[in-house]
Write a protein that binds this ligand. Structure first.
Ligand SMILES: Cc1ncc(COP(=O)(O)O)c(C=O)c1O
Length: 395
């Protein structure tokens, strides 16, 4: 195994960390498409099963290609341990379920991806886990929501789709004072621009489907934390329930990680230019971009993020009709519900990712019918600006 020295910078870790080289000395990471393993003897089989000697036993538990992805993610995040999952939602669901039992309580910010909200309110609710949703920017609300049964604080920052940014260090302190753990969904920031574990979070989760693949091919997820947190709460849960990442997807994601830093840097640079070009446009009523001085939590962005975002939230005049005219007026940027891709993409949250919420719940989160979420890709920035300005003319 070629483990890079600990002090390599993130870009270098993304290319080299976690590589397990087989006896053939392959340059590129091997794809181990195997469900199981053959043991040299019955004794070794018994010893591996009992954990007396290390080694792979079954690919629901682990597989060398999954291990390479997990070790590269851990090296990037500065985490002691990582576990891969089949999707981002498998990572979020496992991260939460591993920390609670019936009767426990979760405090979470209201602004989050629709499926995460369903897991917290509907799914975990079936097992007697209660929850309180708060305005993530209001530290008093986090404090007041904690009860003696609170085991988890959960937040996503920047939030999907309104790009609000919450103070991870301050919320971690409140969570720990309440005897709870903080889980952060770091999808929008990517591991390059925000390090929740270093800011005091206990667990960080990713949908690797987004920037980590970044080329629209596979789904995947990852849970990271200290060795103790991962082993005590997730190791058995993942092995026995089986939301495992396929080795093929792990291999695609490993290759995605190699180019993550250049893709995200370029996408962010273009997004910042586009945000500046569109800000104040007469067909827009609002533009939110982490990194601009007018971002509602600009001080928190400056404190905890080392880069902006490849995403921009825009509110178009004319509500849903205006937004649809804008979306339908685009010829280069694709209408979808995905994000973090080499291709620029646009989403109308009210009719897709946040469709399940009531109009009142959406209004509370600042998700109006005219809101669209723009994910900037790798096209030439001037082509994107032309496409956006042309479509705004049609609003
Ligand atoms: C913030 C956030 N968390 C989690 C997920 C879920 O990821 P996946 O689609 O890989 O299950 C998404 C997907 O859009 C997301 O935006």
């Amino acid at each position: 195994m070629s483990a890079p020295k600990k002090d390599y910078r993130p870009e270098t870790r993304l290319v080299h960390a976690g590589t397990l080289r087989s006896q053939f000395g392959e340059m590129s990471e091997a794809l181990f498409l195997t469900q199981g393993y053959i043991y040299p003897s019955a004794e070794e089989c018994e010893a591996r099963f009992s954990g007396k000697i290390p080694g792979y036993v079954y690919s629901r538990y682990s597989n060398p290609t999954m291990s390479m992805f997990e070790q590269r993610m851990a090296a990037l995040e500065g985490a002691e341990a990582a576990r891969s999952t089949s999707t981002g939602m498998a990572a979020v669901t496992t991260a939460l379920m591993g920390l609670v039992r019936g009767g426990d309580h979760i405090v979470a910010s209201k602004a989050m991806f629709g499926s995460c909200r369903w897991v917290i309110e509907d799914w975990l609710g079936r097992f007697g886990v209660t929850s309180t949703l708060v305005d993530g920017a209001d530290l008093d609300q986090w404090k007041k929501a904690a009860t003696k049964n609170t085991k988890v604080f959960f937040m996503e920052t920047p939030t999907n789709p309104t790009l609000q940014v919450y103070d991870i260090a301050a919320v971690a302190e409140i969570a720990h004072a309440a005897g709870a753990k903080l889980v952060v969904d770091n999808v929008f920031a990517t591991p390059l621009y925000q390090s929740p574990l270093k800011l005091g979070a206990d667990v960080v989760v990713y949908s690797a489907t987004k920037h980590i693949d970044g080329q629209g091919r596979v789904l995947g997820g990852c849970i990271l934390g200290s060795e103790k947190v991962i082993v005590d709460n997730y190791h058995q849960l993942l092995r026995q329930t089986g939301p495992s990442l396929s080795p093929f997807n792990a291999w695609v994601l490993l290759k995605g990680l190699e180019t993550l830093s250049v893709r995200v840097a370029r996408e962010t640079e273009s997004a910042a230019k586009i945000a500046d070009r569109l800000a104040g446009h007469d067909k827009l009523t609002r533009l939110v971009y982490p990194g601009r001085k007018d971002h509602p939590q600009a001080a928190t962005v400056a404190k905890q993020m080392s880069g902006g975002s490849s995403l921009i939230a825009l509110e178009v005049k004319g509500g849903k009709e205006g937004a649809f005219r804008f979306l339908n007026g685009l010829s280069l940027i694709g209408i979808t519900n995905n994000l973090g891709d080499a291709k620029s993409l646009i989403t109308h949250p009210t009719t897709t990712t946040h469709q399940r919420l009531t109009p009142e719940q959406r209004a509370e989160l600042g998700i109006g019918d005219g809101l669209v979420r723009l994910s900037i890709g790798l096209e030439h920035v001037d082509d994107l600006i032309d496409d956006l300005l042309g479509a705004l003319e049609k609003v």
